[in-house]
Ligand binder design. Structure first.
Ligand code: NDP
Length: 487
């Protein structure tokens, strides 16, 4: 039986569920069937005001606590998330359509890792003392204040945790607006943080379309905005934040290269290419969607790739045997099918997939799809598709493939497969990307900084670096002698 995921109300503000049915309707649709599983309402100005006012109040209380006490709350939240992993994973699957096989390990679980990691770091945020020969300066890392998190629909629970954990550890409050396509997971995080002992108002969730995000970003009480989404939205949100000189973290799109040299372990490289393109039906910002394979091994690589892709189990996301679920929405499926048609029309060779699977007559499914003979100028090699569509390109020369890998306005991620470690480091050193892998792909532990260069974003999530992006330095000069003046 399918779990009932209709929340008590649309928004979670000041420690409780609230609603205002005057807001525009938001429907959470289960992408595997097209059924509406929850109905919510977009935030009205009154809801947004409640969220801001309570966050300002809660931040003052929270920011004044000893950091180790803040850490204790986050640690408890991590434990609750882990204890409720099955329930949270099922909600995530119903909200996004991602297979339960994935959501059980990659969503709430990754969120719990972030809560646990930043719980531990909270009390380690210290300043420094700078001696000046008698006088001295000390610095304090202070919270920014009220931060706004805006999420995309591909990893709704993980994104909420990746933003909330460092923000709260550093003493901030957060107002989180999920994508209207996936409104459910963040509400559960809000419940759990309350249960763990966070003050009411510290983590508020408001639902809404882009206009709600825009209203939050421009409010004078907001000190920082962290967005995960497309480059187009990122440019708008960055510009709106700049008007108030707000801090930003932008986690945006990519068209990342995965380069496989002729000495690579081919089976591992094929595994990585599969994970880098078909996990979450390809709806992952860091995906390695341009797979450059050395000419000497390309036929062998493609044979293995096609054979293994044919083994993918496409089906009911709630069945633990399913590898590939639907895309998040009908609009996203149609967009992906459009790119597949463009790929064929521009002369790429379709090796496998490319269709709505015949066995799935409801839901927003697209088969895992591999195109070979792709050239750099083709649309499918240049634009972020955000679906299960892999483009395989050939190369023979190291310098040439580096130049081609970098010939994009994006710079989120990159991967290199080779047995020659000197080459691996040499190549990675020249790739314009913020997050790189050698002989693996798309592993994003909370301990490692994650983020992009060029149009893929600014700032870093995860790791100690995230705390820098949620705090600011106060510098205090201390005089120890009398003050002289010229007159
Ligand atoms: P968007 O980038 O449009 O949306 C991301 C978030 O920003 C959503 O919560 C959205 O709300 C919100 N938003 C939109 N406009 C504004 C605004 N002016 N001010 C403040 N917040 C705003 O992603 P979409 O969900 O529309 O997806 C579109 C495409 O973006 C996808 O097809 C994919 O290619 C790419 N994408 C990339 C992601 C990545 O991580 N690289 C993640 C998600 C999408 P709302 O959804 O209500 O409009």
């Amino acid at each position: 039986m399918m779990r009932d995921v209709q929340p008590t109300a649309s928004h979670f503000i000041d420690g409780r569920y609230v609603d205002d049915t005057a807001g525009r309707l938001i429907e959470s649709i289960y992408p595997a069937t097209g059924d509406v599983v929850a109905r919510l309402f977009s935030a009205t100005p009154s809801i947004i005001e409640q969220a801001l006012a309570s966050a300002v109040r809660a931040q003052k209380e929270w920011g004044a606590l000893k950091p180790v006490v803040r850490g204790r709350v986050l640690r408890k939240a991590a434990d609750i998330v882990r204890a409720r992993n099955r329930e949270l994973s099922e909600i995530e699957t119903l909200d996004t359509g991602k297979p339960i096989q994935e959501t059980l390990v990659a969503d709430a679980a990754s969120g719990a890792d972030a809560l646990e990691y930043f719980a531990g770091l909270a009390a380690t945020m210290t300043g420094e003392t700078i001696p000046l020969g008698g006088d001295f300066v000390y610095t304090i890392r202070e919270p920014l204040g009220v931060c706004v998190g805006i999420g995309a629909w591909n990893y709704p629970t993980q994104i909420a945790c990746w933003k909330a954990a460092p923000a709260l550890a550093a003493g901030n409050a957060m107002i989180f607006k999920p994508s209207e396509v996936t409104p459910l997971g963040a509400l559960k995080l809000a419940e759990i943080l309350m249960e763990a002992g966070a003050p009411a108002g510290l983590f508020n969730v408001v639902q809404g379309y882009g206009d709600v995000g825009a209203a939050l970003v421009t409010d004078p009480r907001v000190a920082k905005v962290s967005l995960t989404g497309s480059v187009a939205t990122g440019k708008k949100v960055y510009a709106a934040a700049a008007a108030g000189m707000r801090h930003v973290t932008m986690e945006l799109g990519g068209k990342s290269p995965l380069i496989v040299f002729d000495d690579a372990d081919i089976d591992s490289a094929v595994s990585a290419a599969i994970n880098a393109n078909f996990y979450s039906s390809g709806q992952v910002c860091s995906n390695g969607t341009r797979v450059f394979v050395h000419d000497a091994i390309r036929p062998n690589f493609l044979d293995k790739l096609v054979q293994r892709t044919a083994n993918a189990v496409i089906g009911d996301p709630l069945d633990e045997a399913t590898h590939v679920g639907p895309l998040v929405s009908e609009a996203q499926r149609n967009k992906v099918l459009g790119y597949i048609e463009t790929g064929k029309a521009e002369g790429a060779k379709l090796l496998i997939g490319g269709r709505v699977p015949p066995s799935q007559n409801s839901g927003f499914y697209v088969e895992p799809t591999v195109f070979a003979d792709v050239t750099d100028d083709m649309t499918i090699a240049r634009e972020e598709i955000f679906g299960p569509v892999m483009a395989v390109l050939g190369f023979s020369d190291e310098a040439d493939v580096i130049a081609r890998a970098n010939a994009t306005e994006y710079g989120l991620a990159a991967g290199v497969f080779t047995a020659d470690l000197a080459r691996a480091h040499r190549v990675i050193g020249q790739l314009e990307a913020g997050t790189c892998w050698i002989n693996t792909y798309n592993i994003t532990p909370v301990e490692a900084p994650f983020g992009g260069v060029k149009l893929s974003g600014v700032g870093r999530e995860n790791s100690r670096a995230a705390l820098d992006h949620y705090s600011q330095i106060k510098s205090v000069y201390v005089a120890t002698g009398p003050v002289a003046a010229a007159y």
